[in-house]
Design a protein around this ligand. Structure first.
Ligand code: NAD
Length: 246
């Protein structure tokens, strides 16, 4: 058990990659707070986990990632329930495939609010609540290395996530807090299901390992970075993309 006795928060933990992280962290012995965008979805995910394992040390929270004060209060609530907080995964994110000419200011703002400010807010709240030896892991994307052919705001936001990660690794390192990111490739979640086939098919054909990633592939990288196996790893953006960006 790589995370025994640790307590973690996972934003965007109600489905997809986030839910896989929650489940893998529980398997590795962590206490976990899954963070959803709404009470209903967070509660449903919690019920699903408890139906499989009624004794799982898991709770649900639903602060807005756009509001640092709300996030910080929720993180403190988690720390109170489990006796501390060790790991914060800023995983919540939204995708866009709008072409440049069709973008509206509102669409740009939405991506910035959730994917950039949401991650920054999560890092700030984490910095205020995590103790020495704390870990922050942000969800980036392969598009932070290669861009994408439409929906420029999404890769833009993930380049920003990498910038936040690398800079905060330097700022928080002296306090013993590690900051890393995981950059998934095409991963089989709702986010990918809603993208147009003409965007996904050529990407899939170009994956050296010739398969789309599963949420568990990505969650395993979070387990590694959260654990003491990665105790000398910080400022890293770890690709989990089947070799797509090699
Ligand atoms: P998903 O759509 O299945 O899940 C997204 C999660 O983010 C959900 O739990 C949702 O509740 C949460 N979320 C969305 N808006 C929110 C808001 N306003 N406030 C709080 N939470 C909010 O997608 P996923 O594929 O599991 O994506 C998870 C992360 O992985 C995202 O950051 C995404 O950019 C990244 N990612 C996904 C892929 C992929 O192929 N699926 C690839 C690279 C990166």
């Amino acid at each position: 058990m790589l995370l025994k006795g640790k307590t973690a928060v996972v934003t965007g933990g109600s489905r997809g990659i986030g839910l896989a992280i929650v489940k893998r962290f529980l398997e590795e012995g962590a206490n976990v707070a899954l963070c959803g965008s709404r009470e209903e979805t967070a509660q449903r995910a919690l019920d699903g986990i408890l139906a499989e394992n009624p004794d799982a040390p898991v709770m649900a929270i639903w602060p807005s990632v756009a509001d640092e004060a709300e996030l910080e209060a929720a993180f403190r609530q988690v720390a109170e329930r489990f006796g501390g907080l060790d790991i914060v995964c800023n995983n919540a994110g939204i995708s866009q495939s709008t072409s440049l000419d069709d973008y509206t200011p509102e669409e740009f703002d939405k991506i910035i609010e959730i994917n950039v400010k949401g991650v920054l807010n999560g890092c700030q709240a984490a910095s205020r609540v995590l103790g020495e030896g704390g870990v922050i892991i942000n969800t980036s994307s392969m598009v932070s290395k290669m861009g994408q052919p439409s929906g420029v705001a999404y890769p833009m936001s993930k380049f920003a996530v990498n910038g936040i990660t690398i800079s905060l690794a330097r700022e928080l390192g002296p306090r013993g807090i590690r900051v890393n990111a995981v950059a998934p490739g095409v991963t089989a979640t709702d986010m990918v299901a809603c993208l147009p086939e003409e965007l996904i098919a050529p990407i899939e054909a170009g994956i050296p390992l010739k398969r789309v990633g599963q949420p568990e592939d990505v969650a395993n990288a979070f387990v590694y970075l959260a654990s003491d196996l990665a105790s000398y790893v910080t400022g890293e953006v770890l690709a989990v993309d089947g070799g797509m960006t090699v």
